[in-house]
Write a protein that binds this ligand. Structure first.
Ligand code: ARG
Length: 524
């Protein structure tokens, strides 16, 4: 029946029986060549563009003010940016939101403590540096946990802040500003764009969230706290678990803020974002928080039926020893140090390689390559593992020139740029006629034609590692082709056809890496 369909005959040669239970289908070479031809003239490389007006929100990075941004936030930043880029490329309007932790109890503690130990920090910009602020925060937390009267004062401070007290607001503003500038340095270094809309933004909407839940008959007051009992989720004792939305002292919490946020994000404008899809990129440890928030929002009717909301969880970043990533002295790793070390190590490797190859390059080249490759390596190492598993951070592995690493992929692009420098005109647009003869060429053709399918998959499943695996396989297939089949020395029409394959390979690698937030280089 299938073979009788003319569309089938156009696509495949006569099917062959290959042993019991197997039928081999062979795609018509002229069809493959025609597909390839179409992509040669298409800057989108066969990826269709959606015509969508409703934005997709990607909530990512989202560090906390007065705390240092840690490797978990780095993962969220890198993964969130890659997902946003893929969605943007598909044509979705994307709202990149940095839901920074800039509200709540932590400010009460910090302000109370600073009033006593470093009051100048509350009235003057940069009176203490961020490192000190982080230390003060730690001290404040310790006091909060140990000392009841400190707890009471801190709570009063939060109430003052949330009530709009000008002195508290000013102090809060200074603290936020200082952290914000530190965060921005990391974003600039990594080439990440995102808009800040912190927890404080939702402060005016918190009471309405609780009121609406009450009006919807979902709110239960349990031991003084406002709760919504979750369906299908029970605790250790078999009792249904509550999502607490208002503490017994009347204060709101992380969940209330996320409920206000979800409500705002799906609500039509102007008092909402009118989003069609909302994606949250955080560590897997927050899975039950989001499951609770999503369920309550759903039951409250805040998620329109044609819209979707997803938590995109990721595992822990571990050191070589499989434990949580720490410095040698046991401290948490500062992101800036980590990125700087990646660049320094890349630079050392590069200098060694230049010496081995007796190549001389100027300083500007060395710095540029080291920075670009070092940061690419950190990003790629993170993106190439399935995000749901824990991931072992290893400079040696991520900087290796072989294996599924950024340097390996970047090197394939450099090789192709080298072909062009050696006089191979990679051309532009479609090619007069494509003629292939070798198995390695067909393997590369088949690989190149998978790109649009992979992008569709990443958009659907939100797994950037799918794209990484594809780009790695493409580089391998290309390297096999280039090592075994002559290109520049081939006769026509093979020469132009092979150069066209080179061009489409480098275009695909550059576009794909670009979607991961990784720029390519001509030489390295
Ligand atoms: N600030 C939080 C943290 O550091 C992450 C926030 C994620 N986004 C959200 N809408 N809850 O863990």
């Amino acid at each position: 029946q299938l073979t009788a369909d003319p569309a089938f005959a156009e696509l495949c040669l006569e099917p062959q029986i290959a042993g019991p239970g197997f039928i081999n289908l062979t795609l018509r070479p002229e069809r493959l060549a025609a597909e390839l031809q179409a992509r040669l003239g298409d800057p989108r490389l066969g990826v269709p563009k959606v015509e969508m007006q409703a934005p997709v929100i990607v909530d990512f990075s989202s560090p906390n003010i007065a705390k240092e941004m840690h490797v978990g936030h780095l993962r969220s930043t890198i993964i969130g940016d890659a997902l946003a880029r893929v969605l943007e490329f598909r044509g979705h309007p994307v709202l990149r939101l940095n839901h920074v932790g800039d509200w709540g109890t932590q400010f009460g503690m910090l302000i109370t403590h600073l009033k006593q130990v470093a009051p100048e920090a509350l009235t003057m910009a940069d009176a203490v540096d961020l490192g000190d602020l982080v230390a003060f925060y730690r001290q404040a937390k310790a006091r909060f946990d140990a000392d009841e009267s400190f707890q009471t004062t801190s709570r009063e401070e939060v109430v003052k802040l949330q009530g709009g007290d000008p002195v508290s607001l000013k102090a809060w503003g200074l603290l936020c500003d200082q952290s914000r500038r530190e965060f921005q340095k990391i974003y600039d270094q990594l080439g990440i764009r995102l808009g800040e809309r912190g927890e404080s933004f939702y402060n005016p909407y918190l009471q309405a969230v609780v009121d609406d839940l009450r009006a919807a008959g979902l709110l239960v007051v349990d031991a003084g706290a406002g709760c919504v009992f979750l369906e299908g989720v029970s605790g250790k004792d078999g009792q249904p678990l509550p999502l607490i939305v208002q503490k017994s002292d009347g204060g709101f919490n992380y969940a209330t803020t996320d409920l206000a946020a979800i409500r705002y994000r799906f609500a039509p404008g102007p008092a909402g974002d009118g989003a069609s899809r909302v994606i949250y990129v955080t560590d897997a440890g927050q899975a039950s928080h989001f499951a609770g928030v999503f369920q309550v929002a759903q039951r409250a009717g805040w998620i329109p039926s044609h819209c979707s909301v997803e938590h995109v969880p990721f595992g822990l970043v571990q050191g070589d020893d499989g434990k949580k990533l720490k410095t040698r002295s046991g401290d948490t790793v500062r992101l800036k140090d980590l990125l700087d070390e990646a660049v320094e190590r890349t630079e050392a490797d590069l200098r060694q390689r230049l010496a081995d190859e007796q190549r001389s390059e100027d300083e500007a080249f060395i710095q540029q390559v080291a920075t670009s490759v070092g940061l690419a390596a950190v990003k790629y190492a993170d993106l190439s593992t399935n995000r749901t598993t824990n991931y072992q951070f290893s400079f040696d592995r991520m900087l290796a020139l072989t294996g599924n690493t950024a340097p390996y992929l970047l090197y394939a692009v450099v090789r192709i740029a080298g072909i062009a420098r050696k006089g191979g005109d990679l051309g532009a647009g479609a090619v007069a006629s494509l003629t292939f003869s070798e198995a390695q060429e067909w393997a590369l053709v088949r690989e190149l034609l998978k790109f649009d399918g992979v992008i569709a998959e990443v958009e659907q499943e939100l797994l950037p590692n799918r794209l990484c695996t594809y780009l790695f396989e493409l580089s391998q297939v290309f390297n096999r082709f280039y090592d075994q089949v002559p290109v520049l020395k081939a006769e026509e029409p093979f020469r132009s056809s092979r150069l066209a394959l080179c061009r489409l390979t480098t275009d695909t690698l550059s576009l794909g890496l670009g979607l991961l937030g990784i720029p390519t280089l001509e030489r390295m």
